[in-house]
Design a protein around this ligand. Structure first.
Ligand SMILES: [Fe+2]
Length: 330
């Protein structure tokens, strides 16, 4: 091999190493994902889901419609669990966030599988939310080695103690593939474990209870429904209906088993399936669908509005359904 060939090989390897270096994700400090909000008695979280705004329509009637639910609930925090947009542009996104922010209530967002189907990049959207202002509790760390773009925690602080953790995660993208819908990745499950263990450490070794919010339900949603229908003691249907097949991912990364093992999370709140709104207490954990917030894409007239979850001081949880129809605003 001559000198020229050796030099070429050296340059090719240098380039590969440089590129690998560029895409390498950073190890993270778990405390960097923790945001704080003050806990108060009967802390109420309003979940809105699957708004699906596009760039074409005048959304005024939908703002009036969502206003009914937001005023009804009078919540302490609003969580929008994904699919805020389908082919929206920057103006639509800014208008929607201005609307939510106008209530002066703390609010947050996780992404759904449609939120990257837009006339903006997911980088633009996360930057906007990362720097939105005081009411918006959102934190995406771009170059971490945790998969997804909306993994963070809102610690409800009772003095110096964490009363409850609200853990927000990205159930990932419009990656409809061999594995069906996208799924929560191993790096996110490891991140979740670190979140729970860090809270336990901060709480003198005692587990801190938590509530999860993300978009696509876990594969166990089907087991929970089947067992509830069989009358299993492990799966109690608390409320709601199943009007369509659930669409969880086909690939099960065992997140639910990790949740059971760690013993912190008491409720997993999702959206995604527009005409399911059931909640089942499965193996001691609520598997819960929200209630769709607007009439975009597909919906049922009598299954629109929002869902709240009240976190009591004694850590018991209480759900409230808010149903509205568009006849109230037309
Ligand atoms: Fe949706």
């Amino acid at each position: 091999m001559n000198k020229k060939s050796l030099l070429l090989i050296f340059l090719v390897f240098s380039l590969i190493f440089a590129l690998v270096g560029c895409v390498e994700k950073k190890e993270y400090n778990i405390d960097d994902y923790f945001l704080e909000l003050t806990y108060k008695d009967d802390f109420k979280i309003l979940q809105l889901t699957d708004i699906h705004f596009n760039n074409k329509d005048d959304h005024q009637i939908h703002y009036k419609f969502m206003d009914l639910t937001i005023k009804d609930a009078n919540a302490d925090l609003i969580v929008v669990t994904g699919d805020l947009f389908t082919f929206a542009d920057k103006k639509t996104a800014i208008e929607l966030f201005e609307f939510i922010d106008s209530y002066g209530i703390p609010w947050t967002v996780c992404f759904g599988n449609h939120d990257e189907q837009a006339y903006f990049s997911i980088d633009w959207l996360t930057d906007l939310l990362n720097h939105y202002g005081n009411n918006c509790l959102f934190k995406d760390i771009k170059d971490d080695n945790v998969h997804g773009r909306s993994n963070f925690v809102i610690n409800l602080m009772d003095g110096n103690n964490i009363h409850t953790q609200i853990i927000v995660m990205d159930s990932n993208k419009l990656n409809f593939s061999y594995f069906g819908y996208d799924y929560i990745k191993e790096s996110q499950i490891l991140w979740y474990e670190r979140v729970v263990n860090r809270a336990k450490e901060l709480n003198g070794g005692n587990i801190v209870e938590s509530i999860l919010y993300f978009h696509i339900p876990l594969p166990e949603i089907d087991d929970a429904w089947a067992k509830a229908e069989e009358g299993s003691a492990d799966a109690i249907l608390e409320s709601g209906e199943k009007r369509e097949n659930a669409c969880p991912p086909l690939n099960n990364t065992n997140f639910f088993n990790k949740i059971l093992e760690l013993g912190s999370t008491k409720a997993i709140n999702t959206g995604h399936d527009h005409v399911n709104n059931f909640r089942i207490k499965y193996k001691g954990i609520y598997l819960t669908y929200g209630i769709k917030a607007t009439s975009y894409i597909y919906y049922d007239d009598d299954m629109l509005g929002g869902l709240s979850l009240t976190v009591k001081r004694d850590h018991s949880l209480e759900y409230t359904d808010y149903f509205h129809t568009y006849s109230e605003v037309e």
